[in-house]
Design a protein around this ligand. Structure first.
Ligand SMILES: *Cc1c(COP(=O)(O)O)cnc(C)c1O
Length: 368
């Protein structure tokens, strides 16, 4: 463990910030970014905050050819008294290291990464929008940069964190979505990379998404890659069903991505004494529950939407309307509680929130 300083190279002028109404997802980036390099000889080195700018990377860099990369997604929120805070960032960096391990990328120091985020967010605090439901999206990612076309783990990497102010996911209140069950394509299989947050999983999901988008569906419901029988995820969210008073979510099986929101939903339901089980659940069972009139709610859960109710589920040629295509009570209560905690409006009984230190100097020194 050596003491490391995050080097600062600040912009001479600041960009104009977008107006709240114009905020989209992931199109505008703040003035600065964090970068750290890795080489076999030096390990992770030279952490720095520099002006947001294009990278100069060799065309033969391995990431362009074989996709050895991982990413994370979390947000900074502004509280009613103007403080910036993060939601369970340690979970994201723990997961980043699990993704790293799967992709043969050297691990990062999780505590140091949180320090880096704190310092970057503190510096860019004016970029956190304050309107209802808005936030500053944080995108940490690692790319393999060794210029080499051989198929092997890269010996050079860059760990980068960029920030993007984002608008409210629900601009006109929570809106239940239409979902098509995907029978042809699969997202992941056990033993593959489904548990890792890696770009390739997203690249291979585009086709299914595109094929249903034209038919009015927001996303697909992914089934398992072997039997096409068991429910796995919805779009890029984890999925929950409330059947006859009990909430069911697919058990982690090696192909499902373990969401921070999923984990938080499970903890909250337990806290409220709402029955929640993690187990295999087949599409046939979901269908039968609907036929029997006991499929009470279905919803996705992830950082972007927090909770996304499913109003219609189309399987083959049949469309199941769930809870009259309205947001269910459990989904609503989870949404209100999770966003309440994230924005510092309600108690945080689990100590999930991490305040962003206002004093930048503090974050300047951290060990790597
Ligand atoms: C990121 C992601 C999720 C949601 O994870 P959160 O930590 O809750 O944002 C779910 N499924 C997939 C495939 C993902 O990539």
């Amino acid at each position: 463990m050596e003491e490391r300083t995050i080097r600062l190279d600040l912009c001479s002028s600041r960009k104009e910030k977008p107006k709240t109404q114009q905020l989209e997802f992931g199109r505008v980036f703040t003035d600065h970014m964090f970068i750290m390099d890795y080489s076999d000889e030096l390990g992770w080195n030279d952490p720095r905050i520099v002006p947001y700018q294009p990278l100069s990377i060799d065309p033969s860099a391995m990431v362009f050819h074989y996709g050895q990369s991982v990413f994370e997604g979390l947000k900074a929120y502004l509280t009613p008294n103007g403080e910036a805070q993060l939601f369970r960032p340690e979970k994201n960096f723990h997961r980043l290291n699990r993704s790293n391990s799967r992709l043969c990328i050297p691990p990062i120091d999780e505590e140091f990464a949180i320090k880096a985020i704190q310092q970057l967010v503190a510096l860019e605090k004016d970029w956190i929008p304050d309107a209802e439901g808005t936030s500053l999206y944080i995108r940490p990612f690692i790319i393999s940069t060794e210029p080499y076309l051989g198929v092997a783990p890269s010996r050079h990497y860059k760990f980068i964190i960029i920030l993007s102010p984002v608008g409210a996911y629900y601009k006109e209140g929570i809106n239940p979505i239409k979902i098509a069950v995907e029978n042809q394509y699969v997202r992941a299989v056990t033993g593959g990379t489904g548990e890792a947050k890696t770009g390739g999983n997203y690249a291979s999901s585009l086709k299914a998404q595109e094929s249903v988008a034209g038919k009015g569906f927001a996303q697909v419901l992914w089934l398992d890659g072997v039997e096409r029988k068991y429910v796995e995820e919805v779009g890029s969210m984890n999925v929950f069903f409330k059947i006859n008073g009990e909430v069911v979510t697919p058990a982690l099986n090696g192909s499902i991505l373990e969401g921070v929101t999923r984990n938080s939903v499970i903890q909250l339901l337990n806290h409220w004494n709402v029955p929640i089980v993690e187990r295999k659940i087949s599409m046939e069972e979901v269908y039968q529950a609907h036929q029997d009139g006991v499929l009470e709610e279905a919803f996705g859960a992830g950082t972007a939407a927090v909770v996304s109710p499913i109003g219609q589920l189309t399987w083959n040629d049949e469309s199941l309307i769930i809870n009259d295509a309205k947001t269910g009570n459990v989904a609503k209560k989870l949404y209100d509680t999770l966003t309440g905690i994230q924005y510092g409006r309600v108690d945080d009984p689990f100590n999930w929130v991490v305040k962003v230190e206002e004093n930048c100097e503090m974050g300047l020194r951290a060990s790597v």
